[in-house]
Design a protein around this ligand. Structure first.
Ligand code: FES
Length: 137
């Protein structure tokens, strides 16, 4: 018996469920296209994964932690926004601020699928939404 590897290159960790069990990619990919699935990511941060129209997982994950005061928030599929219930901040599907008081875009992480495992790793490159070094690096 070889236990599954729990951490990978570049600080990658396996996406987990609320009980701390690794979530197989097939479980998330069984959801309809455009689903935002919440998993436990880096340091247990709640992280949204997106099922793309082609049935694969988006390589960008969005951390569910409002940049105003840290509330968690749902995805509103009708408005196509993340909407924070605490003080009304709204973010577009890529995590850019649509309406404050949130001061910054949502934190991103890298998502990769290998052998039905979902790996989440830190995003350290330029933030494509701002063209700058990410605020969390
Ligand atoms: Fe989200 Fe204040 S914590 S708007």
């Amino acid at each position: 018996f070889i236990p599954p590897v729990e951490s990978g290159e570049g600080g990658a960790i396996l996406a987990k469920d609320i009980l701390g069990n690794a979530i197989p990619a097939s479980q998330i990919l069984a959801e309809p296209a455009d689903t935002r699935a919440l998993v436990a990511g880096l340091a247990g941060e709640p992280t949204y994964l997106t099922v793309k129209p082609d049935g694969t997982l988006d390589s960008v994950g969005i951390v569910n932690n409002c940049t105003h005061l840290g509330c968690t928030f749902p995805w509103n599929a009708i408005d196509r926004q993340f909407q924070c219930p605490c003080h009304g901040s709204r973010y577009s599907s890529d995590g850019s601020v649509v309406r404050g008081p949130a001061p910054l875009p949502l934190k991103l992480v890298r998502v990769a699928v290998k052998d039905n495992s979902i790996w989440i790793s830190p995003w350290t490159e330029i933030d494509p939404r701002t063209g700058e070094t990410p605020w969390w690096v």
